[in-house]
Design a protein around this ligand. Structure first.
Ligand code: ADP
Ligand code: ASP
Ligand code: MG
Length: 448
């Protein structure tokens, strides 16, 4: 009789633990008290980057946070990157075997890093009595084109995730990977887990997409470069798009494009500390105090090619850049100055890894055009100032060029858009240039 009662009591207790498990387990753990999402029962997609899942302890901390959100009543979908350093390690192994591995095989290899973290996090959630299930891109139905290593998401089948949400589970999805129509695994380009998260948030119509990383938001510039960089409470999609495309790797550019297009509320936060992070928003700060410049971005991944002595005729830009484009090489900044003489120089920049290929493509073109030679330089970098305030304020370019002149940095090329000015400079001056511009635009944190 006693045994039966004890057995019954244990069963009842187990049942209670299962039903209320997350809450009970969580009560024994430290909680971050301020809710980011002020309303109950939201659908939240959270993405955790490499350092946020870089060890078993970090994965445990992620599981604690997910469990807490779940216990607060939210529906949760989690996207994870590979553990920090893992994608580079796998890439290194491939390169030891083959200089240019087949893109399909590289994707088959690189996508394994994310699979590991989905399984480990699901286990960590299980350990906290949260029902969780790992999903590969194939199991979700994240359909991409077949452009291996830089595939684009074309469609997301949300049914499998929705079914899991309906039974109260937490789907843990592998970021960075997709599947093409032939069933091949593809990857979305470095940093692509951000895009997976935003695309899932769009497909599921989530209330917010939270990108957890190793900094507590988007800063006026990379806080690893400038100590006095400030966290922004918010930044517009337009500005974030320029910051990302000009080199700020805190968000992959395509994730910002997606979020803007599908109106996904997007927030960047730290997985290491609390705080509100940075909200990427459509709202522009139109107050008088709004800063003209939101931030300063930089990119070392630049190389310059100059075709010397090309005829100064119509069609030259096309004859030079046409073959470069056909070789799938993206051109960034372009400079041509017509002096009204017979010949001129034509300069443009590409990603550093594409410099040699671009020079090779141009060899026959130079002969055809009767031009001089192709000069290459991979010791350059690009610095950009970004801000929607530029539309209504003049003098931004003057402030930028004066700041660079004051520290003796020579500008090699300039390109502008409505909300950005970029300059190409010698790489060795990059830090100096970024710091000077950060001060010149009044972005430095004022020490109390
Ligand atoms: P994750 O692995 O979480 O995806 P990433 O390394 O891709 O993280 O992105 C976070 C890093 O982005 C930061 O550690 C920081 O050095 C860098 N970064 C560059 N520009 C900025 C910026 N403007 N604000 C915040 N972080 C930036
Ligand atoms: N693991 C991939 C990378 O290192 C994708 C990501 O982290 O977003 O680029
Ligand atoms: Mg990243």
């Amino acid at each position: 009789m006693t045994d039966v009662t004890l057995h019954d009591t244990l069963c009842a207790l187990t049942l209670t633990l299962v039903l209320t498990g997350p809450r009970m387990v969580l009560n024994t753990r430290p909680l971050i008290t301020t809710p980011l999402i002020p309303y109950p029962m939201a659908l939240i997609v959270q993405k955790y980057g490499g350092t946020s899942v870089g060890s078993v302890e970090r994965i445990g901390a992620v599981a604690d946070r997910v469990a807490r959100f779940k216990s607060e009543g939210h529906d949760m979908v989690v996207v994870v990157s590979a553990m920090s350093g893992e994608t580079n390690r796998l890439m290194g192994l491939a390169k030891e075997i083959q200089k240019n591995p087949a893109p399909r095989e590289l994707d088959a290899l690189l996508s394994t890093g994310e699979k590991v973290t989905t399984a480990l996090l699901s286990m960590a959630l299980g350990e906290r009595a949260v029902r969780a299930k790992s999903f590969s891109a194939n199991q979700v139905g994240i359909l991409t084109d077949s452009a291996h290593n830089k595939a684009r998401i074309q469609d997301i089948r949300a049914e499998a995730l929705q079914a899991e949400l309906e039974v109260g589970g937490v789907p843990v999805v592998a970021g960075f990977q997709g599947v093409d129509v032939q069933g091949n695994v593809t990857t979305l380009g470095r940093g692509g887990s951000d895009t997976t998260a935003v695309a899932l948030a769009a497909a599921l119509k989530a209330d917010e997409c939270q990108i957890y990383t190793d900094v507590d938001g988007v800063y006026t510039t990379d806080p690893r470069m400038v100590d006095g960089a400030k966290r922004l409470d918010q930044i517009t999609f337009e500005e974030m798009l320029e910051m990302s495309s000009m080199g700020s790797k805190v968000l992959q550019i395509r994730s910002v494009e997606f979020a803007g297009k599908y109106k996904v509320p997007l927030r960047v936060l730290s997985s290491f500390e609390g705080g509100p992070g940075t909200l990427i928003t459509t709202e522009e700060d139109t107050s008088m105090e709004a800063p003209v410049i939101a931030g300063i971005a930089f990119n070392r991944d630049e190389a310059k090619l100059t075709v010397v002595g090309v005829p100064d005729n119509p069609g030259i830009a096309y004859r030079i850049l046409g073959p470069v484009g056909e070789a799938n090489i993206e051109v960034d900044v372009i400079l041509q100055n017509s002096r009204g003489e017979n010949s001129t120089d034509f300069t443009f920049t590409v990603a550093r890894g594409d410099m040699e290929a671009a020079a090779e493509v141009l060899t026959p073109v130079v002969t055809e055009l009767g031009a001089g030679e192709v000069l290459t330089d991979d010791h350059i970098a690009k610095v950009s100032v970004v801000g929607v305030g530029m539309r209504s304020h003049s003098g931004v370019a003057a402030t930028m060029f004066k700041a660079l002149a004051d520290v003796g940095v020579n500008i090699q090329m300039i390109s502008t858009s409505e909300i950005k000015i970029s300059v190409i400079i010698e790489e060795k001056f990059l830090e100096l240039a970024v710091r000077s511009l950060h001060s010149a635009f009044g972005l430095d944190t004022v020490e109390d």
